[in-house]
Design a binder for this molecule. Structure first.
Ligand code: ZN
Length: 140
């Protein structure tokens, strides 16, 4: 377990037409925040989400080609090979009231979005490759 202090907290209105994943990443990068947590709500025009296949050890992408509500998007910010890395999951509400979800990756176009972020202060958390899962997990 790692303990951190909280630094700045912020709210940001992400812009219509932007890519959700990149917009979150840019918001943290431009604020100089390399470690933190966030949540977001809003709506998208269409989305790309991914499911990690544990046997094949690859992400399988799903394209959702319709407007949807961002019921919940939560994630964290750490570092991979010196770069800010966003790890986020998203749940989307569709017109018929059903929900779909997965990893947030590039390819989700915003209709509107409100982001709440919290900076974490302390030793920089990094992601390193984990042999057991095939994922880049927290470590130092
Ligand atoms: Zn994940």
């Amino acid at each position: 377990m790692w303990f951190y202090n909280t630094g700045k907290t912020f709210l940001e209105r992400l812009q219509h037409g932007e890519d959700l994943y990149l917009s979150i990443k840019n918001t943290f990068t431009h604020s100089g925040i390399k470690m933190g947590v966030f949540m977001a709500i809003g709506a998208v025009k269409h989305a790309t989400i991914a499911f990690y296949d544990q046997k094949e050890r690859i992400y399988k992408n799903h394209f959702i080609d319709e407007p949807a509500e961002i019921l919940s998007c939560v994630g964290n910010v750490s570092e991979v090979e010196g770069e800010v890395s966003i790890h986020a999951h998203i749940t989307l509400g569709l017109r018929d009231g059903t929900a779909k979800g997965g990893h947030l990756i590039e390819g989700t176009t915003l209709f509107a979005c409100e982001l709440f972020g919290i900076e974490l202060e302390g030793e920089q958390l990094k992601r390193i490759y984990d042999d057991i899962t095939g994922l880049k997990l927290w470590g130092f």
